[in-house]
Design a protein around this ligand. Structure first.
Ligand SMILES: NC(=O)c1ccc[n+]([C@@H]2O[C@H](COP(=O)([O-])OP(=O)(O)OC[C@H]3O[C@@H](n4cnc5c(N)ncnc54)[C@H](OP(=O)(O)O)[C@@H]3O)[C@@H](O)[C@H]2O)c1
Length: 375
């Protein structure tokens, strides 16, 4: 029985994590739920999963209602460090889970990591702290989870990682129409149902740049050995090519419950009747294509900032967080996202080996720069 804390329990990954818990009641106990403002859903979760600890941004009146079910509130940083906790699922977007993740690692807790921004902001430091504390960071996001599965048992003779990308909601829009794209159009992802921030990042492919950065740090693979391909069916979640030319792929339906279940149950695999299997005859064909870099300038920028290292990836993450927020609230155009991130952050004076707090400071600096530029 593993004792779980879920940071972001009311979001897309959080609710699907709880659905996995529902499928395996003998394997998991939910001891902590952390959410933002969705009181109705958090209340349902508290009633169903009976966590001892909660943290939320609900109103005082709503909190009193939640306490009436027998749970107590503590700051996130204290919940993740509780002796009874075994595994933390980080399922908030942006930088909310970053410091709690560091504290959890320092308290020798394993992490099931959905929140890729944490690794983008401070990947080097988090991975090094995890090694020092002998804890595991289990990649829960479908692409790094697929790579993790492909690497099992043979982590030495890798020639390259191949990360697949669906191409996002706007992949078939003519280039000249992108400047008029509305938030609703960018949020209409063809294969995955996710939170707003990651869905916009999937349209710009900033999400894919984040995954390359994540793979670089989590699997310690040089930048030049990580390739990205367009694979519109979203059935192959990523691949590893080995030195002899063999390629291993992880294939499954685009259902996040699968990688969530793999990272939570690890090292065991179990049948989950709710997760349907792929029928390869029905699939028939799988397609692959090169990235059109003209369509995805955020991907190019993301890789550039990732490779620069130091506090640059943190700046990228912070600036992107703010730019996406401004796009979703109608303050900037879709096609301005990349340009604004670049222009707002070009004066950054980087720190070469930042700790988590210096990286977070750089991310916050970048958010402010973007906000000020747009004002
Ligand atoms: N969705 C996916 O399929 C998917 C796949 C792979 C990776 N990821 C990554 O997983 C992370 C989460 O994505 P998502 O799509 O699940 O996001 P989401 O649906 O937007 O959910 C975000 C969660 O964070 C909570 N939250 C927001 N502000 C908070 C605060 N100040 N304190 C505590 N909790 C707060 C929200 O609570 P309220 O709703 O209650 O306000 C919600 O539970 C992202 O880093 C994303 O890149 C997502």
């Amino acid at each position: 029985m593993k004792n779980l804390v879920i940071i972001g329990s009311t979001g897309s990954v959080g609710t699907q994590t709880l659905d996995v818990v529902r499928s395996f009641p003998d394997d998991f106990r939910v001891v902590g739920l952390i959410a933002g403002k969705n009181f109705e859903l958090l209340e349902q979760q508290v009633v169903e999963f009976k966590p001892k600890w909660i943290y939320s941004n609900c109103t005082q009146k709503q909190k009193l209602k939640l306490y009436s079910y027998g749970c107590f509130e503590k700051p996130i940083e204290e919940i993740v460090a509780l002796p009874s906790v075994d595994l933390i699922v980080t399922a908030t977007s942006g930088d909310i889970a970053l410091v709690p993740t560091l504290i959890a690692i320092n308290n020798k807790k394993n992490i099931a990591l959905a929140n890729k921004e944490s690794i983008v902001i401070a990947g080097k430091e988090l991975v090094s702290k995890a090694k020092q504390n002998k804890v595991d960071i289990f990649p829960l996001d479908s692409e790094p989870n697929a790579i993790w599965q492909c690497l099992k048992g043979e982590e030495k003779a890798i020639s390259k990682l191949i990360i697949t990308a669906s191409g996002g909601a706007l992949r078939d829009f003519p280039l000249e129409t992108l400047s008029d794209v509305t938030p609703e159009q960018a949020l209409n992802h063809p294969t995955w149902k996710m939170g707003d921030k990651i869905t916009v990042d999937s349209a710009t492919l900033m999400n894919k740049a984040f995954e390359v950065i994540e793979a670089h740090y989590l699997f310690d693979i040089p930048w030049e050995d990580i390739e990205v391909l367009i694979h519109t069916e979203s059935l192959i979640h990523s691949m590893v090519e080995f030195v002899d030319g063999s390629i291993k792929a992880e294939i499954g339906k685009p259902d996040m419950r699968m990688p969530i279940q793999y990272s939570l149950l690890h090292p065991i695999r179990k049948f989950n009747p709710k997760v349907s299997k792929v029928n390869l005859i029905d699939v028939g064909k799988l397609s692959f294509a090169e990235l059109d870099l003209n369509r995805y300038p955020c991907f190019v920028l993301g890789i550039e900032y990732g490779k620069k290292g130091g506090t640059w990836p943190a700046v990228l993450s912070g600036a992107d967080q703010m730019a996406v927020e401004l796009f979703l609230s109608g303050k900037i155009k879709y096609t301005e996202i990349c340009e604004i991130i670049r222009n707002a952050t070009k004066s950054h004076i980087a720190v070469s080996n930042p700790d988590v707090y210096q990286a977070l400071e750089a991310a916050n600096w970048a958010k402010k720069q973007v906000e000020d530029l747009v004002k």
